[in-house]
Design a protein. Structure first.
Length: 80
């Protein structure tokens, strides 16, 4: 990954979309994964050979979602 550090808060209405750009005679093609909201849109560009990096990202996102579910569950139990 090329270096860029930024911070953005995900909101319930955050969108994610994938666009596939087919190969052309001048380019090998790529996939764009865009994550966005009202004020910010982040585009991750993945070229052939980087599918494993996207899989790692997907696993990390699932892990983060599970942690948030656990936090919500603990908070709900404590509020009762």
């Amino acid at each position: 990954m090329r270096t860029l550090t930024t911070s953005a808060h995900l909101e319930p209405d955050t969108t994610a979309r994938v666009a596939v750009f087919d190969p052309t005679p001048e380019d090998e093609g790529f996939v764009s994964l865009r994550i966005g909201g009202e004020l910010l849109d982040i585009a991750l560009i993945a070229r052939p050979g980087t599918a494993d990096a996207l899989r790692v990202l997907a696993r990390a996102a699932e892990e983060a979602a599970a942690a948030l579910d656990q936090i919500t569950e603990i908070a709900s139990d404590g509020a009762a």
